[in-house]
Design a protein around this ligand. Sequence first.
Ligand SMILES: Cc1cc2nc3c(=O)[nH]c(=O)nc-3n(C[C@H](O)[C@H](O)[C@H](O)COP(=O)(O)OP(=O)(O)OC[C@H]3O[C@@H](n4cnc5c(N)ncnc54)[C@H](O)[C@@H]3O)c2cc1C
Length: 386
Amino acid sequence: MNYDIPEELQAMVDTVKRFVKQDLMPISQQVEDEDHIPEEVIQTMRELGLFGLSIPAQYGGLEVGTLGECLVYEAMSTVNACFRSIIGTNNGIGSQGIILDGTEEQRERYLPKLASGEWIGVFALTEPEAGSDAANIQTTAERKGDHWVLNGRKHFITNGPSADLATVFAVTDKEKRARGGITAFLVEKDFEGYAVGTIERKMGMRGSHTSELIFEDCKVPVENVVGGEANIGQGFKTAMKTLDKGRLTMGASTVGSAQALLDLSLEYAQQRVQFGKPISEFQSIQNMLAEMATNIYAGRQMLYHAAWLRDTKAKPVVKEAAMVKLFCTNMANRVADMAVQIFGGMGYMKEFPVERFYRDLRLTRIYEGTDEIQRLVIARNLLKGN
Ligand SMILES: Cc1cc2nc3c(=O)[nH]c(=O)nc-3n(C[C@H](O)[C@H](O)[C@H](O)COP(=O)(O)OP(=O)(O)OC[C@H]3O[C@@H](n4cnc5c(N)ncnc54)[C@H](O)[C@@H]3O)c2cc1C
């Protein structure tokens, strides 16, 4: 086991940390209030190459590897998780289908646009009747000449309103479904029959937008089946493989937010005076600080280890990625709860970012697979001897 950070990667992470401090910190509250990330900040993200962190260099990405991507997300999520979210789909679920299973022609056509941030890529699997039970999707695709015709409605799609390209999963064989009957399609926003539906109102993650995507006789050229003709019916596998990496990077994001909450709590506990002394002198407050730090340490180590396993291809990381997501997201939610407790009434007020972290972190136990689904994945792998 060795996850020393190469010098070049460390320099890149240091640049991101400076960007976070100088450009993101000062506007974090504004983004929360206005539910909008200013265009000039998104432009700086493009210039830093953040939309293409995970995309191979030959298609214009930075190709920093899983550990590199995790370090960047950790840094970005110390301020506001919506900043990670805007670049997250291009690096993760919005591009992985093409990277893992796309044809060379699809990679050349789409990856440079995603890597530069010129286009936003999204992942459209979830539907009103198919969340955890993703194999139950109702969206259909029917072959008509040189096109597939898609009909259906996706919901809860991250970056849906600004999407230029969606990896959309549809049923091509009702009998087979997940076992050879679901196909992945690359759908551009200008294709006939594609529309953005309702923009969903959420508990948190302001600045990151989620919406329905609607397909009404949406015409998709046959060459836009992910992986081409040979991959018709293989879309469910593509979806599952795509989600594995997302589970690691989600872990990274929660470690970053948990660290920020610990730092805020340490500072507040030493300043806030009750009964004539800083509350940091009370043992019950110290216990919470110790608990937070210990949990963050554990989460960070398992995250880096699983990222290293994935980068070195030492073994498949399906089980480990699910473990990282389950542990880190729950850990960060516990840390957020303790931070609110340490801040007392102030933890419930909007003067401090603690309440925002508390709301934003709650989502991480739900999307890209709930806690319960991660446990299913872990148990299934254990029982298979993996
Ligand atoms: C803000 C947000 C952004 C999202 N972004 C995207 C996106 O970009 N693309 C996309 O495709 N999807 C996206 N999703 C969808 C997300 O992945 C799903 O919400 C999630 O997988 C859960 O599905 P569900 O909401 O339908 O809940 P359900 O599946 O209805 O689950 C409800 C409860 O039942 C439990 N449950 C379900 N099945 C089982 C089981 N077999 N065993 C034990 N417990 C079970 C669940 O764990 C949960 O506690 C997003 C969701 C949100 C909220």
